[in-house]
Design a binder for this molecule. Structure first.
Ligand code: ADP
Ligand code: ZN
Length: 617
């Protein structure tokens, strides 16, 4: 047992934390809620904190780990990430370590020795260790002063990432009745929150629910027609930037990665069908900026800590807003502007409906259908996308966020009543017995075998829409579905049937608007190739881009030599700040956000000399 002497284990919370914040992490100010959480923790209180990805959760337990006298234990289900997390903490000068199944017996033994000598202040543990017989007893000898539970929603069956092995955490309180527990999650639902508090047996915890708004993310939805070409075009606008492309099926993941590669984009696939070694390798290459794009199923993401993901594309419709929010949330962790693109088609909607219809559990089926409807509304309704996301989490929001396609004036509302009536009329005149493709053929005036067979070229609406491309009619059809003017009847081969809203449009009682992308983007495309309001974020301050590229190269070289991900050395945001401040000596280097004492000592000389060279000193 180590002797515990002054200073006391827990503090009265009145201390000034800004000094440590700058010295260790290099930041001048706390992010929202961090200070309150840290003060509660070092005051010995339990905490439950729901904060979005990028909200700065790790600092909330790392700073207490530095301040508190004794060992902080972080439990995380993300074993694959632990090494990077520990490297990151060590880079900031925090004596950190991890113990999980990836260590050999000898390596683990070495870590235990260091722990028992009191040399480690921050220990990352996997739940699988805690499940080992007698492990809690072993931990008692280390007298931990704080347990931090990362990704706490994994304990809850109501969450989207439930892991039964995480339930072992509910034993912490029993074994350590006096040690504070701080639980963190990026899941916003209140049900999950209550579940976590109960399972961990938190005592009068400080409960923090941060805003789930991610102002740095720009949301955009586009009609999906030629999905691969659309994805490639979008990525072309983001050359050299890191991004994730989500596809639903493994096959489409492979196809997308191949397509992008054939167009000279550095992309790799990631899905559960790949051998584990390959998957790990691809993820690591992405993490270390060796490739730009990872094409993945939703299996990818929980285990990613990469800070500089600049875009997330959904090539297929996600099943729920919660999932969509978490996946898009992987962009812009470093707080810099990033873009989220969703490609929407009614075909996807139909496919998911089909799967839902086959579900056996009625309650689950209902929930899935409700989730899907909200998701589809997100893509179609003429309401700020951000507002819809936040309202899903019961968070009030402004009507106009200024930074989604709806609010930025990047799309327009067009009156399409006449065309909608043509389409609906064709559906009715053919007896509401046919699916989208055929109805489009009728309106367009196609001469197919099916048309001739049913003599649909003789009905009045045949060919009335020949003046517009099929793509246009597809968009009309998709929007009629999204706005629930027609439904696709799964019981009769997805035949289109009019709803009362559809009849209102057909009989001229209601207008029909579609939202469509403006053909010509107004001037002022942002530096990342998409439209943003001029002052959308502080990070768009002017900086020297050539210098940025030069420092990025230096960062890449150092990272490769040390075999760590580049962002661990400095985030993009820190590099950008460097290109604004242009520090040429230690004191100005220390002014850069993200540069603390340890990073100044470790990297200051190399970066300062590069900057001096660049500036021609
Ligand atoms: P989360 O785990 O909540 O997703 P992280 O802990 O990864 O978020 O933090 C996101 C980013 O914000 C990291 O780059 C981190 O260094 C940075 N960060 C954390 N706290 C601050 C702060 N007070 N000021 C500036 N940046 C911060
Ligand atoms: Zn908006």
């Amino acid at each position: 047992m180590r002797l515990r002497v002054n200073p006391p284990l827990y503090y009265n919370g009145a201390m000034n934390l800004n000094k440590q914040l700058k010295e260790v992490f290099g930041y001048k100010n706390f992010k929202a809620n961090q200070e309150e959480i840290i003060k509660a923790i070092i005051g010995g209180r339990d905490v439950f904190a729901a904060m979005p990805t990028g909200g700065g959760k790790s600092l909330c337990y790392q700073l207490p780990a530095v301040i508190l006298e004794g060992l902080t234990i972080v439990v995380s289900p993300l074993v694959a990430l632990m090494k990077d997390q520990v490297d990151e903490a060590v880079e900031n000068g925090i004596p950190a370590a991890y113990i999980n199944s990836s260590l050999s017996a000898e390596e683990a033994q070495r870590e235990y020795s260091r722990l028992f000598r009191g040399e480690t202040k921050l220990l990352y543990l996997s739940p699988e260790r805690l499940s080992l017989e007698g492990y809690f007893e072993k931990l008692k000898d280390l007298s931990p002063v704080l347990f931090a539970v990362d990704e706490a929603h994994c304990m809850s069956e109501w969450g989207h990432d439930f892991r039964p092995d995480y339930l072992v955490l509910s034993k912490i309180r029993k074994h350590f009745p006096e040690t504070p527990i701080a639980a963190f999650t990026a899941t916003a639902t209140v049900t999950v929150q209550a579940d976590i508090i109960k399972l961990l047996r938190l005592k009068k915890p400080l409960i923090v629910r941060a805003s789930f708004n991610r102002p740095e993310l720009f949301y955009r939805v586009e009609q999906k027609d030629d999905v691969l070409a659309q994805i490639a075009a979008f990525i072309g606008d983001h050359e050299g930037q890191a991004g994730i492309v989500y596809r639903t099926s493994r096959k489409d993941v492979e196809k997308t990665a191949d397509y992008l590669k054939s167009r000279g984009i550095k992309a790799k696939p990631y899905h559960a069908g790949l051998p584990q070694e390959k998957r790990k390798q691809n993820q690591e290459q992405f993490n270390r900026d060796k490739i730009d794009v990872i094409c993945a199923t939703i299996a990818f993401g929980m285990g990613i800590n990469k800070q500089n993901v600049r875009f997330v594309v959904h090539g297929d419709l996600p099943r729920s807003i919660e999932g969509y929010y978490q996946e898009t949330g992987r962009a812009g962790r470093d707080g810099m502007d990033s873009e989220c693109l969703l490609l929407y088609s009614s075909g996807d909607l139909m496919k998911i409906r089909y799967h839902i219809d086959k579900m056996e559990n009625e309650a689950e089926k209902k929930k899935a259908a409700a989730n899907l409807n909200l998701m589809s509304a997100f893509a179609s309704v003429n309401v700020c996308r951000r507002k819809q996301l936040l309202e899903y989490f019961d968070e009030p929001a402004e009507n106009n966020c200024g930074s989604c396609d709806i609010c930025s004036g990047n799309i327009e509302k067009a009156d399409a009543t006449v065309d909608a009536r043509k389409f609906l009329s064709a559906a009715v005149r053919t007896g509401e017995r046919f699916g989208i493709v055929h109805i489009i053929d009728v309106v367009y005036g196609a001469d197919t075998e099916k048309i001739r067979k049913f003599r649909h070229n003789e009905i009045k609406t045949w060919g009335t829409g020949s003046g517009k491309p099929k793509k246009w009619w597809r968009a009309i059809a998709d929007d009629l579905i999204r706005q629930e003017a027609v439904i696709q009847d799964a019981e009769s081969y997805n035949a289109l049937k009019l709803t009362p809203a559809g009849r209102d449009i057909l009989f001229g009682r209601k207008p029909f608007y579609i939202i469509k992308k403006k053909d010509q983007l107004p001037s002022g495309r942002g530096e990342q190739g998409f439209l943003r309001p001029a002052d959308s974020s502080a990070t768009s301050a002017k900086y020297d881009k050539k210098m940025f590229a030069c420092l990025k190269d230096l960062r890449f070289e150092i990272a490769a030599a040390r075999k760590i991900p580049p962002y661990i050395i400095f985030s993009d945001k820190t590099l950008k700040d460097m290109c604004i401040i242009k520090p040429v000596d230690n004191s100005s280097f220390l002014r850069v956000s993200g540069v603390g004492e340890r990073k100044l000592a470790e990297y200051g000389p190399m970066f300062i000399s590069k900057i001096r060279e660049y500036l021609g000193y």
